[in-house]
Design a protein around this ligand. Structure first.
Ligand SMILES: Nc1ncnc2c1ncn2[C@@H]1O[C@H](COP(=O)(O)OP(=O)(O)OP(=O)(O)O)[C@@H](O)[C@H]1O
Ligand SMILES: [Mg+2]
Length: 283
């Protein structure tokens, strides 16, 4: 099986107090993610993205259906350790993820807990810090770093554990534009350079276009699943799911409707958008 994650009719309902009815927030998600894919997950607030992510590393266990990680059924307790080693998570707030007072100790933290030999820890920590461009900061205190730098240290901690899959739940939500660019560069690198399967939950369309595949969640189900170009040209359907489209597509789409002309609207980058406009209006 080439899938690293496979869900079949996955359902999840949060536990409720006695007498109340549990309302499922995942309502039957069937999704296959192959090794080495870079998948962006989009969806309006409350659509179930974080809950789904929680299922991928057994923080949440299905209340219906099944979730396999590298063929391991996450419901089986004997699989939990391996599932969590296979799928690592990165969250929104870097401050909640950094635990040590020195950058390199932070990156080493989980490895020490896993009982990795010291010489190997040294090598993995240095490699991971180099991979995210934070090696020169290894002796510094994390609290003195920028948001983007902190998030990159958190990602280094994940790389050092050599997971096969990384799930990032809105990793740039608290960052400024510079920090967002830094983190996205590292995310792409994780996938391209290290071959790690990347699942990126985001509200930023310009980040989602960088993925190879986009999954749109809506009210606990998968609404759309396809290549970015395929998904983002469905402007009406996305708007119905309370989502926007990348600005490049929005500009063309609105022009298209105003003019009643037939512009191609599938521009995923500013360059593509400019080319389309030039062809249409300057020639
Ligand atoms: N710990 C919890 N207990 C009870 N209900 C929860 C809990 N966490 C989330 N929910 C509910 O589950 C639904 C899905 O939430 P989830 O956090 O998975 O959505 P999301 O797509 O990640 O949203 P956001 O974009 O705001 O992060 C929401 O209705 C939310 O209120
Ligand atoms: Mg969320």
């Amino acid at each position: 099986m080439s899938e690293i994650i496979k869900t079949e009719n996955l359902q999840y309902a949060y536990p409720v107090e006695d007498g109340q009815l549990a309302v499922p927030v995942l309502k039957g998600v069937s999704l296959s993610i192959r090794r080495g894919e870079f998948v962006a997950v989009l969806g309006h607030n409350g659509s179930g993205k974080s809950t789904l992510a929680g299922c991928f590393n057994a923080i949440r266990l299905p209340t219906g259906g099944v979730c396999y990680v590298d063929m391991m059924d996450t419901r089986k307790e004997e699989n939990t350790y391996e599932v969590r080693k296979t799928v690592s998570m990165v969250f929104q707030n870097p401050d909640n993820q950094l635990v040590a007072t020195v950058v390199e100790e932070d990156v080493a933290f989980a490895l020490e807990n896993m009982g990795v030999p010291p010489a190997e820890i040294r090598k993995r920590v240095d490699d991971a810090l180099r991979a995210v461009g934070m090696y020169d900061y290894r002796k510094q205190a994390p609290h003195r770093l920028s948001g983007g730098q902190k998030q990159r240290v958190a990602i280094a901690g994940v790389i050092a554990m050599m997971p096969r899959c990384v799930v990032l739940d809105e990793p740039t939500a608290m960052l400024d534009p510079q920090g967002r660019r830094e983190v996205m560069a590292v995310v792409r690198e994780l996938n391209k350079q290290y071959g790690i399967t990347v699942i990126l939950i985001t509200h930023h369309m310009d980040e989602a276009v960088q993925a190879g595949r986009v999954v749109v969640m809506h009210q606990g189900n998968v609404l759309m699943d396809g290549a970015p170009r395929e998904i983002f040209t469905q402007v009406e359907a996305l708007r119905e799911a309370s989502l926007t489209v990348p600005q490049t597509i929005e500009v063309l789409y609105d022009l298209d409707r105003e003019d009643g002309e037939t512009l191609p609207i599938d521009a995923l980058s500013v360059t593509e958008c400019a080319d389309i406009l030039e062809k249409q209006y300057l020639n």
